[in-house]
Write a protein that binds this ligand. Structure first.
Ligand SMILES: C[S@@+](CC[C@H](N)C(=O)[O-])C[C@H]1O[C@@H](n2cnc3c(N)ncnc32)[C@H](O)[C@@H]1O
Length: 317
C-alpha cells in the first residue's frame, strides 16, 4: 500500500459521513419537520428522476424532437432516381426538317460533303475502307421492315458499316430514312494498332473523314450524315433540338456506365412506337456491361428485352 493513500476503512467512513452530511443538510433546508429517513428518500427520488431525464433520448433537454409523421407519410427515396435523365426535350420536329436542322446546328447551314475531301487529307484516305462488327446482321432488315423508319440514329458508327447497310436495306424496300451517325470519331485508345492504314494528322485520327469518304463512295450522302460529338453531349443536343427517331441503334461504349447513359438518353428521343436496339448483348466486356445496362433499363421501365442475333431489341410503349 502506498503511504499517501488513505486506509480503506477511512474511505468508507468518509463517504458514509459525507452522505450523512448531505441528508442532514436537506433536513436542515426543509426544516425540522423532515426526518432523516424522509431526507434520504427525497435524495434517492431526486437521483432517480434526474437520471431518467438525462438518459432518455426523447426527453433529453437538448435532443431534437423526432417527427414520426414525416417518416410515416413520405415514401423512402429511390436511389435510382439520381440516375434519371431529367432534361426536357423540345417538341418533336417533323422528320422532313431533321436533316436541315442538323445542317444548321452542326454545319453552319452548309453540307459537310461539299468540296469533300479537303486537300490536306485527300491523299491520306482510302477510296473505301469499311469495317464493322455484326454490321450486316439480320436485325437491321427485320427492324426496317417492321418499323419503316423515317429517321434512324446510330450511336457509335466508326467507319459507317452498319449505317451504310441500313441505308441499303431501307432503299431496297422503297424507304429513304435520314440516318444520323453520332460518334466522336476518335475510336478508342490504341485502335490504330489494329487499323494501321488509317492515318493520323497532328493527332487527328481521320476517322470522320474516312467515314465520310465511305459514304461518298457508296453514294449515300443524301441519307447519311455525321453528328460528330460525344454520345452524351450529342444526345443531349438532339433532345434539345426536338430531334426524334423511329429506330435508334446503340453501339458506342461497351462498359456498363457508357451503355447505361446512352440507352437512357436515347430513349428520351425515341418516337412512341419506335425501337431501341444495340449490338454486343453477349459481349463479356466490363462483366457483361451492355447486358447489365440493357436489362436494368428494361426492368426499371417495365419493358421487354428481345434478342436478334447478337443484338438486343427493346420496343417502346
Ligand atoms: C463498335 S464501334 C461502332 C461500330 C459500328 N456500329 C458498326 O458496326 O459499323 C464504336 C464507336 O463508338 C464510338 N464511341 C465510343 N464511345 C463514344 C462516346 N462516348 N462518344 C462518341 N462516340 C463514342 C467510337 O468512336 C467508335 O467509332
Amino acid at each position: 500500500m502506498k503511504e499517501d493513500q488513505p486506509p480503506l476503512h477511512y474511505l468508507h467512513n468518509h463517504r458514509h459521513q459525507k452522505r450523512t452530511t448531505i441528508s442532514a443538510e436537506i433536513a436542515a433546508i426543509y426544516g425540522s419537520k423532515l426526518t432523516k429517513a424522509t431526507a434520504l428518500f427525497l435524495l434517492l427520488f431526486l437521483t432517480y428522476v434526474l437520471g431518467y431525464l438525462f438518459s432518455s433520448p426523447s426527453c433529453h433537454p437538448f435532443s431534437q424532437p423526432i417527427t414520426t409523421t414525416n417518416r410515416a407519410t413520405s415514401a423512402p427515396p429511390n436511389p435510382l432516381d439520381e440516375f434519371k435523365i431529367t432534361t426536357q426535350c423540345s417538341p418533336p420536329l417533323p422528320s422532313n426538317l431533321i436533316r436541315q436542322t442538323i445542317l444548321d446546328k452542326v454545319y453552319n447551314g452548309t453540307s459537310p460533303y461539299a468540296n469533300f475531301p479537303p486537300a490536306h487529307v485527300s491523299n491520306l484516305l482510302r477510296p473505301k475502307r469499311i469495317k464493322g462488327w455484326g454490321s450486316n446482321g439480320a436485325v437491321f432488315e427485320n427492324l426496317i421492315s417492321r418499323i419503316k423508319p423515317k429517321t434512324i440514329i446510330e450511336v457509335g458508327t466508326f467507319l459507317g458499316a452498319s449505317a451504310i447497310h441500313m441505308a441499303q436495306k431501307a432503299e431496297a424496300k422503297g424507304l429513304k430514312p435520314q440516318i444520323l451517325c453520332l460518334d466522336d470519331f476518335r475510336g478508342w485508345p490504341g485502335f490504330q494498332h489494329r487499323f494501321k492504314d488509317i492515318k493520323m494528322v497532328n493527332g487527328d485520327v481521320l476517322l470522320l473523314y474516312q467515314f465520310m469518304q465511305n459514304v461518298v463512295y457508296m453514294n449515300r450522302t443524301e441519307s447519311i450524315i455525321a453528328v460528330p460529338f460525344s454520345t452524351g453531349s450529342g444526345l443531349e443536343k438532339l433532345c434539345e433540338w426536338g430531334i426524334v427517331a423511329d429506330l435508334i441503334e446503340i453501339d458506342a461504349g461497351h462498359d456498363f456506365n457508357s451503355a447505361w447513359a446512352d440507352i437512357n438518353r436515347a430513349y428520351k428521343i425515341l418516337r412512341p412506337g419506335g425501337v431501341l436496339f444495340g449490338h454486343d448483348y453477349f459481349t463479356a466486356a466490363d462483366n457483361r456491361g451492355v447486358r447489365r445496362a440493357v436489362n436494368l433499363f428494361a426492368k426499371i421501365n417495365g419493358l421487354k428485352v428481345k434478342v436478334d442475333g447478337q443484338h438486343w431489341v427493346i420496343d417502346s410503349v
